[in-house]
Design a protein around this ligand. Structure first.
Ligand SMILES: Nc1ncnc2c1ncn2[C@@H]1O[C@H](COP(=O)(O)OP(=O)(O)OP(=O)(O)O)[C@@H](O)[C@H]1O
Ligand SMILES: [Mg+2]
Length: 618
């Protein structure tokens, strides 16, 4: 809206000591087409009013020299000026402002800071009212006592009404502003609540995350401790194994000599003589000792093995009768073959040993009557299963489980059961080698063992053997039990242990072979060169200084392609294979061996036309 008089503009005298406030107000007013004249205080305003008559005076209250009240009073007191409307610019924070305004005869108020629309409507209202009341004049005075002071108000009724209305309007306006502010505050509050809610949710989730991380860390710590303990145990078993393996190897050679000579001596004496009986005692003690060294070698994984691809269900089935005899009549043996078992690759004789050892232990753990359950099944080890057990390897396994209703074991016993010579049995009842042997066998075949046991609640051993995806090996024919004799064929024996060399030579000569002996590979090569056409078989040790048996065999085969080769060893090594497994087409006789076994083996190689069967270590 634009305000105009006859000469088109409404004139306003603006009295304001602050230049910025003055400029701000002038800008608002001129935008609405008012014409604005500025004065810096009351005195200046009165100067201007001498020559210039504005339509309205808008004056600040607090000013130097002459304030707004004084200016208003002076305007009212001068005949020429008294009908010019005066608007006081005030904060209206004090009710006295209104009373004083009335006293000095102000027409209206406006408040700082300026609200443009409000200011303009106030001007419009004031000017319109002034127009309407041009002719109404009712001078009167009234005394007002307010806030401890007397005021004499001469303003006319309508002026008072204006002031009251403007006060009301002002209050209304402020109330609106207050409501607005309140609304904004409420919105802000709600927003704040949203923010608080969001932040609380964030904190809760961070807290939960922290909890998870903490648990994760604790789990990792536990896992680490567990893995360290497993590693420690594995290292201990490894060093015990090395010790046991080394001792057993030396004993094996000595036992071979004792067995061999005792056997030969026995062949020379009358069967009924006391000497024959003594020799048989020596033989049987030596054989028992051989069993112990075998078990130690098995534990140390130094036993030479000939694994075959087997169906475990078939293998176990074949053993059930023998196992039943082993455990006696008071104990029930339940055999539950699992379905769809995949083949495994294991030395069958070791499988026999493993099951027999587990069943005997189960039998010994049962007092009176009880039950032994043998089961087979398939299992898959996934990566997550390996997390807390360093021993596990991902893959498919055949599991053979032997459970009993026996006495069970305390934790401290369980920790030691695989150690050689650990036994809880009375002297003479257990050597403590049963489970060491099982341990060696399983590990040599890349498997692992799981034991679940508690005192009074029985024990279950689970043996995991990796599955094998090749054809099941058909059974080999076994010898007929008759000692096979030679027909003068020549055997070159190479062995760095002089006692064994001598003994083996003696055995072969007794069997009807012609023998050449060499205590080193070098010597063997020179003998071979001299006797090129007449050597039928090389019988050689595997581990020797200078050169290993396999390399020697290759060199000899280059000189004499027809030569057959039989390795003798009580001890597997890298030369055979890291796992003690014999390569295809290689033949081996395990030390210590009897003359009869040697005879069968040599005969098998020299007299069979077809490819001879693989060696076994029995
Ligand atoms: N099924 C089982 N129930 C309870 N304890 C067992 C079981 N199997 C083994 N043990 C404990 O483990 C120990 C070691 O067993 P291991 O087979 O190695 O030796 P052994 O049976 O004492 O002697 P050996 O087998 O050489 O005759 C046993 O003495 C026994 O305390
Ligand atoms: Mg045992």
């Amino acid at each position: 809206m634009y305000f105009q008089t006859e000469d088109n503009y409404l004139n306003i005298l603006l009295v304001e000591d602050s230049p910025t406030q003055a400029e701000q107000l002038r800008y608002i007013l001129e935008k609405r087409n008012f014409r604005v004249t500025l004065a810096g205080n009351g005195k200046q305003a009165l100067e201007i009013l001498r020559e210039f008559r504005p339509n309205v005076v808008i004056t600040d209250v607090v000013m130097p020299e002459m304030d707004g009240y004084e200016l208003c009073r002076t305007i009212r007191s001068r005949e020429k000026l008294k009908d010019i409307p005066v608007i006081l610019v005030t904060t209206l924070s004090d009710p006295t402002d209104v009373i004083r305004g009335l006293e000095v005869g102000a027409n209206n108020f406006i408040t700082k800071p300026y609200d443009e629309r409000y200011l303009v409507s106030r001007l419009q209202y004031l000017i319109t009212n002034m127009e309407l009341r041009k002719d109404l004049t009712a001078e009167m005075g009234i005394n007002v006592y307010f806030s401890g002071k007397n005021y004499f108000i001469t303003a006319e009724r309508l002026q008072i009404l204006d002031l009251l209305l403007s006060t009301y309007e002002n209050a209304y306006h402020q109330n609106c502003e207050l409501l607005n502010a309140q609304k904004k505050l409420q919105e802000l509050n709600e927003h704040l609540e949203d923010i608080v809610r969001a932040r609380t949710a964030e904190l809760l989730s961070a807290n939960a995350q922290l909890k998870i991380e903490l648990q994760e860390r604790l789990r990792a710590e536990e896992e680490k401790t567990k893995l360290q303990a497993q590693l420690h145990q594995a290292q201990r078993m490894e060093s015990v194994g090395r010790l046991a393996g080394g001792v057993a190897h030396d004993y094996n050679n000595m036992l071979s000599v004792i067995l061999g000579y005792a056997q030969m001596a026995l062949d020379k004496v009358e069967p009924d003589s006391t000497l024959s009986e003594d020799l048989r005692e020596i033989l049987s003690a030596a054989e028992r000792s051989t069993r112990i060294t075998r078990q130690l070698l098995t534990f140390a994984r130094k036993q030479t093995i000939v694994p075959q691809v087997l169906d475990l269900n078939e293998t176990v089935q074949g053993m059930i009768n023998m196992l039943k005899r082993l455990i006696g009549e008071d104990i029930t043996l339940n055999w539950r073959p699992g379905p769809q078992l995949q083949p495994v690759k294991i030395d069958p004789s070791q499988m026999d040993q493993l099951l027999a050892n587990l069943c005997v232990n189960a039998r010994d753990a049962i007092v009176g009557v009880g039950m032994i359950d043998i089961e087979t099944s398939m299992a898959t080890i996934r990566p997550e299963d390996c997390a807390d057990n360093a021993e596990l390897v991902v893959g498919d396994y055949v599991v053979i489980s032997v459970g009993d209703t026996g006495c069970g074991m305390e934790k401290d016993v369980q920790e030691k059961i695989f150690e050689p010579f650990f036994t809880t049995k009375a002297v003479g009842h257990g050597t403590g080698l049963g489970l060491s042997t099982v341990y060696g066998i399983v590990h040599q075949h890349n498997g692992f063992i799981n034991v679940v046991s508690a005192p009074g609640r029985g024990t279950t051993f689970k043996i995991f053997l990796p599955t094998q995806h090749s054809e099941i090996t058909t059974k080999e024919g076994t010898g007929n039990g008759v000692t096979q004799r030679g027909q003068g064929q020549t055997v070159l024996i190479v062995e760095d242990d002089e006692a064994i060399l001598k003994l083996t030579g003696q055995m072969l000569r007794n069997l009807g072979y012609s023998v050449l002996s060499a205590n080193s590979p070098g010597k063997a090569l020179s003998i071979a060169r001299e006797n090129l056409q007449s050597i039928d078989l090389l019988l050689t040790d595997v581990i020797m200084p200078e050169m290993n048996g396999r390399d020697l065999a290759e060199l000899l085969a280059a000189i004499h392609p027809e030569i057959k080769c039989l390795f003798m060893s009580g001890y597997s090594s890298n030369i055979i294979d890291g796992q003690g497994m014999l390569g295809k087409g290689l033949h081996l006789i395990a030390k210590p061996f009897t003359a009869k076994k040697l005879a069968a083996k040599v005969h098998e190689l020299l007299d069979s036309k077809a490819a001879p069967p693989a060696a076994t270590n029995n």
